[in-house]
Design a protein around this ligand. Structure first.
Ligand code: HEC
Ligand code: HEC
Ligand code: HEC
Ligand code: HEC
Length: 362
């Protein structure tokens, strides 16, 4: 009898090794994030935090360029959004942008070296809208980015394509549609922390503006639109938010009541603006670029790449660990042309042979 018990215990301890091998090994760091006894504690894995350090080193800034002298709009032929900068600042930004977005390709990633004024490469047309987007974030979204702001590097980190982007998922049922759509469930995706939650909670919330709710506000189903599907989307988005920021749910919620704003830490309000910010960027800047991108840059349903929390945050609760990198780039802090509105700028095609063609200055 005793021998059986010992064998049984041995079996349990061996199998628990396999069961627990999916867990993160101790020691963990815990940081108090609210009143004592309220369970408001953040658990950090110090090894994960250390691994993220390299990704958050800010590149050295070029020396500031003089703001006086001729304007870029006067010196060059086809400057639609940076015309108000001094020519020196303009060049400083071109060189910085190259190191942030195309360090291996150089200027030719966006330019035809024979004629820099030409808009023949799609990357240049995209970059122009990116400059506007960047200025828009720093100018109009201080409710989220504060004075920390962003540069191209915040999202790109030396890559042509930011490492963290999302596309709409193809939700057409495989084979027969007898069972209906799965709503992207049970297909563990990185975007939702490898859970079985719907893997695209972004289309409804970061493109559409569906209510991010679980708790119904009325007793009866009539008029209570807080469906199970909406709850699952909400948890999918929340899982993305927590993993993108490298935090637990208690960074923004008191688990006593997830919906109560009175009980929530202030970070939840910042996150609320973050949701609106991502939605705004996707609708105003990314979606309109759809016809500009070549087919190989589009997603499986033919949509354009989009922004979510991870695009900027990349695993930490303040991108680049809160480094105020954007302050070194006055070129990206405010609008530098009389035409800040993205929707009004139209790409100009200038052929090599007609390099001196007149382009209206704005
Ligand atoms: C990521 C894309 C990108 C890279 C890389 C890039 N540029 Fe540009 N460049 C642009 C955009 C966009 C404009 C137009 C800006 C505007 O409309 O306000 C521009 C405009 C210019 C112009 C003005 C041409 C004219 O006559 O209208 C010059 C000159 C220029 N860039 C030089 C450079 C140099 C030199 C490099 C490399 C050090 C470089 N650029 C790298 C995107 C880029
Ligand atoms: C908020 C995040 C964000 C910021 C800030 C940002 N970008 Fe982007 N960028 C994106 C996303 C998302 C894409 C789409 C990815 C793709 O090309 O499929 C993109 C694509 C691009 C592309 C096209 C690359 C390609 O090969 O298809 C260029 C060029 C570019 N960005 C330049 C810039 C420049 C220059 C800046 C700074 C003025 C900048 N970006 C700032 C998110 C950002
Ligand atoms: C970075 C901050 C942040 C983190 C982390 C976060 N949430 Fe949220 N949560 C919010 C915000 C903001 C809202 C409200 C969104 C809105 O109204 O647009 C919300 C809403 C919710 C709601 C809906 C409440 C209602 O009124 O019905 C639930 C439930 C929820 N979160 C659960 C979670 C869970 C579970 C986690 C951890 C996996 C989590 N949250 C992590 C910020 C956060
Ligand atoms: C365009 C880039 C960008 C995007 C997209 C973005 N954030 Fe942020 N976020 C920032 C920057 C920059 C800061 C730092 C602001 C500061 O220094 O106070 C920040 C700060 C925060 C903070 C405050 C952290 C603290 O401890 O004070 C929270 C919470 C947050 N973001 C949540 C989110 C969530 C959730 C999303 C997605 C729904 C999101 N962010 C999308 C750039 C971004």
């Amino acid at each position: 009898m005793r021998a059986y018990a010992i064998k049984f215990l041995a079996l349990i301890s061996v199998s628990s090794v396999f069961l627990l091998s999916g867990c993160e090994r101790p020691p963990m760091d815990s940081v108090q994030h609210g009143y004592r006894g309220t369970g408001m504690v953040e658990i950090y894995n110090p090894r994960t935090v250390a691994a993220l350090a390299d990704n958050n080193v800010v590149p050295v800034a070029l020396p500031q360029a003089p703001t006086d002298g001729p304007r870029a709009g006067q010196v060059y032929k086809n400057v639609q959004v940076l015309g108000g900068l001094s020519a020196a600042q303009f060049t400083r930004l071109m060189v910085s942008m190259t190191s942030w977005v195309a360090p291996n390709e150089g200027c030719v990633y966006c330019h035809n070296p024979v004629n820099f004024a030409e808009d023949s490469k799609y990357t240049k047309v995209v970059a122009r809208k990116m400059i506007q987007m960047n200025q828009h974030i720093n100018t109009d979204w201080s409710s989220h980015v504060s004075t920390t702001g962003v540069t191209c590097y915040t999202c790109h980190r030396g890559n042509n394509i930011p490492q963290q982007i999302w596309f709409k998922r193809d939700d057409t049922p495989m084979g027969s549609d007898f069972m209906g759509g799965k709503a992207g469930q049970n297909e563990p995706a990185q975007s939702v922390g490898l859970s079985s939650l719907p893997n695209d909670p972004f289309t409804p919330f970061l493109l559409g503006s569906k209510d991010i709710r679980v708790n119904g506000v009325t007793a009866l189903p009539s008029g209570n639109k807080h469906s199970t599907k909406q709850a699952e989307w909400t948890y999918g988005l929340m899982t993305h938010m927590a993993t993108s920021l490298g935090v637990n749910c208690t960074y923004c919620h008191n688990t006593r009541s997830f919906s109560s704003w009175e009980d929530s830490p202030p970070q939840r309000a910042t996150a609320w603006y973050g949701i609106r910010l991502a939605r705004d960027l996707n609708l105003k800047y990314m979606e309109p670029l759809k016809s500009t991108f070549p087919a190989n840059r589009l997603g499986e349903t033919g949509d354009v790449a989009k922004v979510y929390c991870a695009t900027c945050h990349q695993g930490v609760y303040k991108p680049l660990n809160g480094a105020k990198m954007a302050q070194d780039y006055p070129e990206l802090q405010t609008y530098h042309s009389s035409q800040p509105d993205a929707t009004k700028v139209t790409p100009v095609k200038i052929s090599d042979t007609k390099a001196d063609i007149k382009v209206s200055k704005r």
